[in-house]
Design a protein around this ligand. Structure first.
Ligand SMILES: *Cc1c(COP(=O)(O)O)cnc(C)c1O
Length: 459
């Protein structure tokens, strides 16, 4: 058994990454800059200052520093729940009877249940460093709100979370968990903000939306002294923090000289996928690897596979800077199905650029196929996967079965972004066969595209 690769590969504390990796520094074609929606000029640090804290703004706008040192305090925060293991999926391989080697990186072992804590910690740290006393954010499914509640408890900051109303009613345990960490939970829309009041006037019984919760959280941050807003995905500083996933994975695999041929992740706003692939993509851009990269998104919200590459708003209320990205239009309303964390109209700008330039592939999957893959996986691997993460499992299984056909011994790495313990309603509807696959028609997508701005940059 001397050369056998262990089922779980861990780094020691000494081997943990000391810097994040800024992939943009190595991209020959950079993503297009964020634009101010009024002037259509690239945003400046001053434009962003009322909303975000300084450390984060600096990272968002930096496309030249290749390695960004992780402050000691954040390395310390990471050590509380990292490194996460790279797991060799021996049992899944055996079940599939594939010659492929399958590995996955599991981010679901912390209490928030997903990779989101990797960016929540740094964002709370930078807020504290700026002398802020409180933060605001929104949460849909609840993973980001939980991660931010944990990080704010750790650093001693107050947190207000605007939770999409319908979701706060459907997921009471998420709410309890966030409150246990000391967060102030407000179902959105609420009458604590002007934007919330406006929406309630129009539709008092609305269940709310992520777009509306974002607008409330930003308004509250801008109007409160020593307070800023934090976001859990989509932006490049979030992607930067998430590179801890890819850097750990690469260091762990390097110990056994394993070089992945195919790297797969699920994509909502792009942060776990971007974080996982970054160092491997860096090698590809440098001509040192010929790996393939696959983004997997839900067929119900297909921003890569059926979206447009255009400048668009990040929120439904159209208040954010314009981001050039794969988008379905900020007015796109995804069906309320359960692939919770993947229901977002846009996509991170760096990943959108890589896709546009042919360096990143994308595919979409319907939900029942995704749960089918999740059940195959959980029966042999001993982990209950999040529905979001199971999109990546589906693609990994398909690639492994392709190897079975061709006899190729490819090395597959995928991101298992979280645990499914808070998603029992979705598993239940899969089990009792009431789960539906909703794929938007072209006409429905056109409605979303019609909300994309008609500006010269989009011609
Ligand atoms: C939020 C979430 C996602 C999607 O977000 P990305 O920014 O695309 O990574 C995926 N998986 C889990 C478990 C999540 O909580």
């Amino acid at each position: 058994m001397a050369n056998k690769i262990p089922t779980r590969i861990y780094l020691s504390e000494d081997e943990m990454p000391k810097s994040w990796y800024n992939l943009r520094a190595d991209m020959k074609n950079k993503p297009d800059p964020m634009l101010h929606p009024g002037t259509l000029q690239p945003v400046t640090a001053e434009d962003l200052a009322p909303v975000f804290c300084k450390g984060v703004i600096e990272q968002e706008l930096d496309e030249t520093t290749r390695f960004v040192p992780i402050p000691e305090e954040i390395q310390d925060f990471y050590r509380a729940y990292r490194p996460s293991a790279v797991i060799r999926a021996y049992y899944l391989e055996r079940m599939l009877d594939t010659p492929a080697e399958i590995y996955y990186k599991f981010e679901g072992t912390n209490t928030s249940g997903s990779h989101k804590l990797n960016s929540a910690g740094p964002q709370a740290f930078y807020a504290k460093k700026d002398g802020l006393t409180s933060l605001t954010t929104e949460t849909g499914a609840g993973q980001w709100g939980t991660a931010m509640s944990m990080a704010c408890a750790f650093y001693g900051l107050d947190l207000t979370v605007y939770m999409v109303k319908i979701s706060s009613e459907q997921k009471p345990y998420r709410k309890t968990l966030m409150e246990a960490y000391g967060a102030n939970l407000i179902p959105s829309p609420s009458n604590t903000t002007e934007s919330g009041k406006k929406i309630l006037e129009k539709d008092p019984n609305t269940g709310g939306s992520l777009g509306c919760a974002i607008s409330e959280a930003i308004e509250k941050a801008v109007k409160t002294d020593k307070c800023r807003y934090v976001l859990g995905s989509v932006l490049n500083h979030v992607l930067l923090h998430q590179t801890i996933i890819g850097l750990e994975a690469k260091a762990a695999l390097d110990k056994f000289n394993v070089k992945p041929d195919i790297i797969i992740g699920c994509a909502g706003g792009g942060s776990n996928l971007g974080g996982l692939i970054a160092p491997f993509m860096g090698d590809k851009i440098a001509g040192k690897s010929n790996a393939r990269f696959i983004a997997v998104e839900p067929a119900s919200c297909p921003s890569f596979t059926r979206g447009r590459y255009a400048y668009d708003f990040g929120d439904t209320a159209q208040t954010t800077p314009l981001i050039r990205m794969q988008t379905l239009g900020s007015g796109f309303m995804p069906s309320a199905n359960h692939a919770g964390g993947l229901r977002y109209h846009g996509m991170n700008s760096t990943l959108s650029k890589l896709f546009h330039d042919g360096l990143l592939e994308a595919r979409s999957e319907v939900q029942t196929d995704v749960f089918d893959a999740a059940l195959k996986f959980m029966k042999v691997e001993g982990i209950l996967p999040a529905p979001e993460s199971s999109h990546a499992i589906k693609a990994a299984i398909d690639e492994a079965l392709e190897c079975k056909k061709t006899g190729e011994k490819k090395v597959i790495l995928f991101g298992l972004s979280g645990t499914g313990f808070f998603d029992m309603t979705a598993y239940q509807s899969y089990n009792n066969k009431t789960m539906e696959d909703r794929v938007p028609s072209d006409a429905e997508l056109e409605k979303g595209f019609a909300t994309i701005l008609d500006i010269p940059q989009n011609k």
